[in-house]
Design a protein around this ligand. Sequence first.
Ligand code: PBG
Length: 310
Amino acid sequence: MVAETHLTVNDLVLTAIVSDAGPDRVDIPSLPGVQRLSVNALVEEARRAADLGIPAMAIFPNISENEKSEDAAEAANPKGLVPQAVRAIKDAVPEIGVIVDVALDPYTSHGHDGLMEGDIILNDPTVEMLARVGVMLADAGADIVAPSDMMDGRIEAVRQGLDDAGHTDISILSYAAKFASGFYGPYRDAIGTKTALKGDKRTYQMNPANIDVALREVELDLAEGADMVMVKPGMPYLDVISAIKAEFARPTFAFQVSGEYAMMKAAGQNGWLDYDRIMMESLMSFKRAGCDGILTYAAIEVAERLKESH
Ligand code: PBG
């Protein structure tokens, strides 16, 4: 009765990994309980999530080696895995919101989010391509486009591209404050970029030591047309979430990333910590910090638990 903060199923966004290689469901060793899903299995997962009342899901692709290239051409293929997955979900489970990640890293042979020349990331050519990819995914039926690449100026370009294509009603969730983090490890396993990645992402993702730059990035992204902003990773950056919410009062999301999830799962599996309890505590901490929603690999199990406790 006197609790200040509440966690409900409305706060959850399911993150799911789709693959077009192999069987319907493949375990990911560093992400226990999460599987790479075929498009069919992804649709089943969308159905489960929608039936539990989860409002949206975010899709991440595992692209086979032979479709990765220097120029990430597959990212813009309207018959590619992600547009296929979006269409399949929207056909079968129209009531769930579909959020698409817009970045080139699943598609580049070097695993970076941008196009490269030598070891330099080419900001502007990447931005131009991201805008095309965003439009293509909106054409496929995505409800929310979420650029996760951290190039400069991409929100404005994606907004312009969407508007020019008649997608004025498609929202942008910007990965605005994305830190160069060690917590993305299992995700890079899951989408198959870990061994490919040359160097690191510190020229475009942010230094964990800095909060001023996070506020500037959010300010820019909002000015460029972002409808919602995200902080990533989540739990080590609760202060950033709180500062952003206080400063801008806009829909603010956290991504409880793969490493956060894996850490809690592993400790739970070893009997060192009570997984169910710390997962709920961690999600509650996002709400307390001011988040409007949380992207999490645990969305389905958490939604089930919330339902049981009612
Ligand atoms: C990059 C991207 C990342 C994640 C999703 N999209 C981070 C990265 O590889 O730099 C991480 C998600 C997670 O760890 O769960 N476009």
